[in-house]
Ligand binder design. Structure first.
Ligand SMILES: C[C@](O)(CO)[C@H](O)COP(=O)(O)O
Length: 236
C-alpha cells in the first residue's frame, strides 16, 4: 500500500462555543479512557495510506499533548509533527501547509480533532473520490429545515433535499489546497472550511456521504452525547 496522503489534524481551536474557560481544550478531555484527540490520531496512525500527520495545536497545550502521546504511545509517534496554529482555523491550516510544503504528499486531508468518530471507510471514500476530483468533502442530509437569516429576518428558505451538514475529514490534491489557501490569503477572505476555499477558485468540489456518527464536539452537550455513545458501547 502506498502512503499517498498527509493529514492535518486541527486541534488548536479556541473552543469559544464549548465553555468560557479557554484553558480547557476539549480535544484533551477524556472519552472512554483516552483523550478525544487520540481517536482520530490513532485512526490515521494505523492507516497504511497515511504518510505524515501534522497535528496543529496551541502553544499552551504543547507540553500536555506531548505528555499525553507519551502515555499513549511511549513517545511522540514518528509520523507526527506538531505545528503551532494560528488564531483562526484557516490560519492553522496555512501554518501546516507551510510546514509540509518542502515535501508534500499527493493528497492532503484536513480533519477536526474534535470529530473523534471518523471511520476508515470515510477516509477510503475520500481517497476514491480524489481519483476524479481535486477536492472531496463529506456531508450528511439536513434533518431540520434550514433558513438564511440576517439578524431576526429570514432572507431565504433553503430547499432541504439540497442541503448538507458538512463534515471533516476533507480531502484535497495538495496543490489545490495550497492554491485555495494562498488565494484566500491574498483576498483576505476567511471561510468556514477548506472546501469553500476551493469553490472560490471555480474548481468543482465533490460531495460524498458523511457519517451521522462523525459528530463534532462543539458544545458541552455534544461532549456529553459522545461520552454516552462510548459508554453504551455504540462507538469506540
Ligand atoms: C469544517 C467543519 O467541520 C464543517 O462543518 C466545521 O466548519 C468546523 O468548524 P470549527 O469552527 O472549525 O469548529
Amino acid at each position: 500500500m502506498k502512503r499517498i496522503y498527509d493529514v492535518i489534524i486541527l486541534a488548536a481551536g479556541s473552543a469559544r462555543r464549548f465553555n468560557d474557560q479557554p484553558e480547557v481544550n476539549k480535544i484533551m478531555l477524556p472519552l472512554g479512557g483516552r483523550p478525544v484527540f487520540d481517536y482520530s490520531l490513532s485512526l490515521f496512525l494505523e492507516d497504511e495510506s497515511c504518510r505524515k500527520i501534522w497535528l496543529v495545536i496551541r502553544q499552551r497545550d504543547r507540553q500536555a499533548l506531548i505528555a499525553a502521546m507519551q502515555d499513549l504511545y511511549g513517545e511522540q509517534p514518528e509520523q507526527v509533527t506538531l505545528v503551532i496554529g494560528g488564531s483562526e482555523r484557516q490560519d492553522s491550516v496555512a501554518q501546516a501547509l507551510k510546514a509540509l510544503a518542502d515535501n508534500p504528499a499527493p493528497y492532503t486531508l484536513v480533519h477536526d480533532a474534535a470529530r473523534p468518530f471518523i471511520h476508515t471507510d470515510l477516509v477510503n471514500h475520500l481517497l476514491e473520490g480524489l481519483k476524479g476530483f481535486s477536492a472531496v468533502i463529506p456531508g450528511i442530509p439536513a434533518k431540520d429545515s434550514m433558513k438564511l437569516v440576517k439578524g431576526d429576518k429570514v432572507i431565504q428558505s433553503l430547499y432541504r433535499p439540497e442541503v448538507r451538514h458538512v463534515q471533516t475529514s476533507q480531502g484535497f490534491e495538495t496543490t489545490c489546497l495550497i492554491e485555495a489557501l494562498n488565494q484566500a490569503d491574498a483576498d483576505n477572505y476567511y471561510g468556514n472550511e477548506e472546501g469553500e476555499l476551493v469553490e472560490r477558485l471555480g474548481i468543482e468540489v465533490k460531495m460524498i456521504d458523511g457519517l451521522e456518527e462523525n459528530l463534532k464536539i462543539t458544545t458541552p452537550l455534544d461532549y456529553a452525547f459522545a461520552r454516552l455513545l462510548v459508554e453504551k458501547g455504540q462507538l469506540s
